[in-house]
Design a protein around this ligand. Structure first.
Ligand code: IPM
Ligand code: MN
Length: 357
């Protein structure tokens, strides 16, 4: 793929700042490896509401469908948080995930040796953690039926899964486990929720019939929240539903030490993937130029690997990030009181590692 087409969706808050960093990284990769990346920006989130009234205009979906990969910054902010508003920035993100059929959200959680002491957890617990979460992304309570009584005193959101939705995410996660350390952990709440009992019986069957070679376990979500902090090194690939995956991966971000380090890839059956940091728009630090761009830069590496078939290029980006962290350079979120650099400085350090110029 010599001439890859990348759609950028900067969004809100620090989104534009971290997407700008990702563009510079793409440029460095292009110079070093002789590719040309054609990037174009489109609207999503609060800024899209301001400009068009719609958090995900159809022109954004159409551009994304035509792209090889989509890089997204973040959506949301206090300006659009009025609970009685007609729509919200987050609805735009859910819409594009669903429209592109991105049912699998991959969230790798690995610790960086230079940063083990940035974690609030003990070194012996976090050093060497390497977990790959598969969060189901287009079903569950995020997309179930929502109701509201006429007097608005009672509301509900349904958590719904079909056998088909469970099978396809479990298969994808199990295939990944087979390429890694051969263990799959499925997380549910089958002791209470009927939807989780379907999740569990379906997962049990897929694993028994199609992946008997893998080590397989099921863990209740409340217990998993605890095990992630007490024995995170016991997990390899973890598969779970939309809401549990959302919560557990924010928790897991404290293993490497900051939400500012975690990338994610959202994939479907073919078609472009969508790549984003797992952090939000961080309105408290937006516009100050101090956001940590590394999660988005690492998401760009995932795009190179999963959507653009450029594993060497992806590896070069990841190695560059590792070298910069090894050199001691830190953004504010990782500094723990020590001196820190701004977004532009750490981005330049990464691009120089990739393409010394
Ligand atoms: C995430 C975010 C989103 C989610 C929000 C912004 C809709 O928290 O990507 O984890 O809940 O999926
Ligand atoms: Mn989240």
């Amino acid at each position: 793929m010599a001439d890859a087409r990348i759609v950028l969706l900067p969004g809100d808050g620090i989104g534009p700042e971290v997407i700008d960093a990702a563009s510079q990284v793409l440029e460095a990769v292009g110079s070093e490896f002789g590719h040309s990346f054609r990037t174009e920006s489109h609207l999503i989130g609060g800024i899209a509401i301001d400009e068009t009234g719609d958090p995900c205009p159809s022109s954004t979906v159409a551009a994304a469908e035509d792209a090889d990969a989509v890089l997204l910054g973040a959506v949301g902010g206090p300006k659009w948080s009025d609970p009685s508003a007609k729509t919200r920035p987050e609805a735009g993100l859910l819409h594009i995930r669903r429209e592109l059929g991105l049912f699998a959200n991959l969230r790798p959680v690995t610790t960086w040796s230079a940063l083990v002491d940035a974690s609030p957890l003990r070194r012996d617990i976090v050093d060497g953690v390497d977990i790959l979460f598969y969060r189901e992304l287009t079903g569950g309570i995020y997309f179930g039926e929502a109701t509201e009584s006429d007097d608005r005193t009672t509301v509900s959101n349904a958590m719904t899964y079909s056998v088909h939705e469970i099978e396809r995410i479990v298969r994808m996660a199990a295939l990944a486990a087979r390429q890694r350390r051969g263990k799959l952990t499925s997380v549910d709440k089958a002791n209470v929720l009927a939807v989780s009992r379907l999740w569990r019986s379906t997962t049990d069957r897929v694993m028994r019939e199609e992946f008997p070679d893998l080590e397989y376990e099921t863990v209740l979500v409340d217990a998993m929240a605890m095990h992630l902090l007490s024995r995170p090194k016991d997990f390899d690939v973890v598969v779970t539903g939309n809401l549990f995956g959302d919560i557990l991966t924010d928790e897991a971000s404290m293993l490497p030490g900051s939400l500012g380090l975690l990338p994610s890839a959202s994939l479907g059956d073919g078609g472009p993937g969508l790549y984003e940091p797992i952090h939000g728009s961080a309105p408290d630090i937006a516009g100050q130029g101090i956001a940590n761009p590394l999660a988005t830069i690492l998401a760009t590496a995932m795009a190179l690997r999963h959507s653009l078939s450029m594993p060497d290029e992806a590896h070069a980006v990841e190695t560059a990030v590792e070298r910069v962290l090894d050199s001691g350079m830190r953004t504010a979120d990782l500094a723990r009181g020590a001196p820190y650099v701004d977004t532009a400085t750490i981005t330049a350090a990464v691009t120089t590692e990739i393409h010394p110029g």
